[in-house]
Design a protein around this ligand. Structure first.
Ligand code: ASP
Length: 329
C-alpha cells in the first residue's frame, strides 16, 4: 500500500513523537473516575433565574427522565420566561432590532455536542442544539440554516421577517450600526446549566439571546464549546456568563475543566481561570464581566465572577438555593 505524502508525514511525525506523547498522555490521564461523594443529582446554573430551571431539571430526573431531557427541559423554563430579557425570544434584540439566539448542549458519554448560533424565531434554541447533536453529523449550525433545520425538526417557531425589522431599524438609525455596540451589564446574561447525574454522568447546556444591541450576526461565547460551556465526563463541567468576547478568546470553560483535571476544586478552578484572563487581558478587571460556574465528578461545585452582582443556583434532592458570587478569593 502506498502512502500519500500527507499520510506519510503524519505517521512519521506520530512515530517520532510517539513515546513522548504517550508518556505525557499517561501523566495527563484523569485518575480513575471517582464516584460522586456529594448529594446527586447535582445541578448548578448561572444566576438566580437558573433556580427555576434547576428545579425543573431535578423533577425530570426524579420522574425517570434522562440527563439530556433534564438539561433541555430545565433550560426551557428560562427560555420561556417572558420576564427574562437575556434568554429566549423575549431577549434583547440586536442592533437591527432582531432577537438572535445562541445555545449549545454537551453530553459526557461519547463527548457529544450540538450547537446553534444567530438563530431567529425558534422558541427553544436548546432543543435545536440537542437535535443538531442527535440528528446530524455536525456540531454547529448557524443563522438561516439553523432555523431551517429547527423548522424541519418541527420545533416551535414564530414568523420572523428580519428584513422588515431591519429596514424599520435602518429608518430610525440612518447611520450604520456602531462598530462596537455599547455593552451594558444590564443587557446580557446566559443560562448555563450543568448536571452531575446519580451515576456520575455529566451533561450541560447553555442558552442566551446574547449581548443586547450586538451587531447582527455577532456570536458570543455561549454556543462555542469550550468557551461558554464544556463537559468532560472524566472530570467535570463548566459554564460561563458575561461578556462573551472576554470568555471566548480564552476558551475559559475548557480552561476551568482542565484546572479541575489537575486537581483543583471547582471554585478554585473558576478563580484560577479568571486570574489567568486578568493577567493577559488589557482591560481593567471591572470591565471584563466574566463569571463562571463549575462542578466536578466528585460532586463538588463552585463559581467565581468579576461581576459583583453575579450569583448562581445549586440544586440537589436535599435543597435548592441561590448562592452569592464567592468573589475572586
Ligand atoms: N455570554 C453572553 C454573550 O456574550 C452574554 C451573557 O452571558 O451575559 O452572548
Amino acid at each position: 500500500m502506498s502512502l500519500s505524502r500527507r499520510e506519510f508525514v503524519g505517521r512519521a511525525t506520530l512515530g517520532a513523537l510517539g513515546t513522548a506523547a504517550l508518556a505525557s498522555a499517561t501523566t495527563e490521564a484523569a485518575e480513575p473516575p471517582t464516584a460522586p461523594t456529594g448529594p446527586v443529582p447535582l445541578i448548578v446554573s448561572t444566576w438566580n433565574f437558573g433556580k427555576a430551571s434547576n428545579d425543573a431539571a431535578l423533577k425530570v430526573l426524579q420522574g425517570g427522565g434522562s440527563l439530556l431531557d433534564a438539561v433541555e427541559k430545565g433550560i426551557w423554563v428560562t427560555e420561556s420566561d417572558l420576564g427574562n430579557h437575556s434568554v429566549g425570544l423575549a431577549g434583547t434584540p440586536n442592533a437591527a432590532g432582531v432577537v438572535q439566539l445562541d445555545a449549545c448542549i454537551m453530553y459526557g458519554p461519547g463527548h457529544r455536542a450540538g450547537s446553534v448560533a444567530a438563530l431567529e424565531g425558534i422558541r427553544h434554541p436548546i432543543s435545536a442544539a440537542r437535535r443538531v447533536m442527535e440528528k446530524t453529523r455536525h456540531v454547529m449550525l448557524v443563522g438561516e440554516g439553523a432555523r431551517m433545520f429547527a423548522l424541519e425538526e418541527g420545533l416551535e417557531s414564530i414568523p420572523v421577517n428580519s428584513r422588515e425589522l431591519n429596514e424599520a431599524w435602518l429608518k430610525k438609525h440612518p447611520a450604520p450600526p456602531p462598530a462596537a455596540a455599547p455593552v451594558s451589564p444590564d443587557n446580557h446574561d446566559t443560562i448555563a446549566l450543568l448536571i452531575l447525574g446519580a451515576d456520575g454522568t455529566i451533561a450541560g447546556g447553555c442558552s442566551t439571546s446574547g449581548m443586547g444591541n450586538k451587531l447582527p450576526g455577532r456570536v458570543g461565547d455561549s454556543p462555542i464549546l469550550g468557551s461558554g460551556l464544556y463537559v468532560d465526563n472524566e472530570v467535570g463541567a463548566a459554564g460561563a456568563t458575561g461578556v462573551g468576547e472576554n470568555v471566548m478568546r480564552y476558551c475559559a470553560s475548557f480552561m476551568i475543566v482542565e484546572f479541575m483535571r489537575q486537581g483543583l476544586h471547582p471554585q478554585e478552578a473558576c478563580r484560577r481561570a479568571i486570574q489567568r484572563i486578568v493577567k493577559m487581558d488589557p482591560k481593567p478587571v471591572g470591565q471584563l464581566s466574566i463569571n463562571f460556574v463549575a462542578l466536578d465528578k466528585q460532586g463538588r461545585f463552585g463559581a467565581a465572577g468579576t461581576d459583583r452582582g453575579f450569583n448562581y443556583s445549586v440544586t440537589t434532592p436535599e435543597k435548592s438555593q441561590v448562592l452569592p458570587n464567592p468573589g475572586l478569593g
